[in-house]
Ligand binder design. Structure first.
Ligand SMILES: NC(=O)c1ccc[n+]([C@@H]2O[C@H](COP(=O)([O-])OP(=O)(O)OC[C@H]3O[C@@H](n4cnc5c(N)ncnc54)[C@H](OP(=O)(O)O)[C@@H]3O)[C@@H](O)[C@H]2O)c1
Length: 234
């Protein structure tokens, strides 16, 4: 397998950190992003080729990140839009995130991170992706963004934001046939977001996602997949 140039957003903890470890372990060049690189000790220890600051909810930060990355590498072969939040990050949970009562401000805040963030990060990196070899964009979605699975579970801002991310994935796939775009549900994973009772460890999820992504072809563009490469219902 040839060495790939990879970007993972939200790489300082959770699934993102473990994806960096998996890709570095496979011999790839990995750039990890963090809102606060100076405090990202685990990411520093993971052997990334570079750690760049990025807040995906801040368009200015995204522009600066795109510029800095272009000064570091002339192409990207794989972008993993992993950074994400639930409503609890904005102080809303339980009954407060139901469809009849949810605060519109929380919907907007979660949407900015989970939906607009990946859209704008992808846009900022488009020239680098177009210069890449068989480039792939993986949007880390969720089963909770599925119309089939998410109707009865999850918090509304998160459900809505991941459903939007799924649509953003297929819109990009349609607009850019030269790049392979997929939405990936990482499984229910033991992270700060997934909690201790989740069914998969971060290494189990990340290594399976890495294997799935390395096996993709352009024919897969526009698909919604599970971490292990099986089809996820929309
Ligand atoms: N865990 C699960 O069971 C599960 C299931 C389905 C989908 N997912 C998805 O998988 C992805 C990773 O989740 P996780 O479980 O690893 O969550 P996590 O442990 O809570 O980590 C979230 C990551 O996103 C970053 N982040 C949050 N807001 C950001 C922003 N505005 N700009 C840049 N980075 C930001 C965090 O950085 P800070 O440290 O700075 O906050 C952190 O690196 C998310 O997209 C999530 O929706 C997770």
């Amino acid at each position: 397998m040839s060495k790939r140039r990879i970007v993972v957003t939200g790489a300082n903890r959770g699934i993102g950190l473990e994806l960096v470890r998996s890709f570095v372990g496979l011999g790839h060049s990995v750039y990890g992003t963090a809102r606060n690189p100076d405090a990202s000790e685990d990411l520093k220890a993971a052997g990334a080729s570079g750690i760049l600051p990025l807040d995906v909810s801040d368009p200015e930060s995204i522009t600066t990140f795109g510029t800095e990355l272009a000064e570091t590498t002339d192409a990207i072969d794989l972008l993993v839009n992993n950074a994400g939040v639930g409503s609890v990050s904005f102080g809303a949970e339980g009954a407060a995130v139901g469809i009849d009562v949810v605060d519109p401000a929380v919907i907007t805040q979660v949407f900015e991170v989970n939906s607009l963030g990946p859209l704008l990060v992808t846009r900022a990196l488009m020239p680098l992706l177009q210069a890449g070899s068989d480039a792939i964009v993986c949007n880390i979605s969720s089963q909770l963004g599925s119309m089939v699975v998410g109707a009865g579970i999850g918090d509304v801002p998160y459900n809505v934001s991941k459903a939007a991310l799924n649509m953003i994935t297929v819109k990009y796939a349609n607009a850019h046939p030269e790049i392979t775009f997929v939405a990936v549900h990482p499984g229910w994973v033991q992270t700060d977001m997934g909690g201790a009772d989740a069914s998969l460890t971060p290494p189990e999820s990340a290594s399976a996602i890495a294997e799935t992504l390395m096996g993709l072809t352009q024919e897969d563009s526009g698909r919604f997949l599970n971490w292990n490469g099986t089809e996820h219902p929309w």
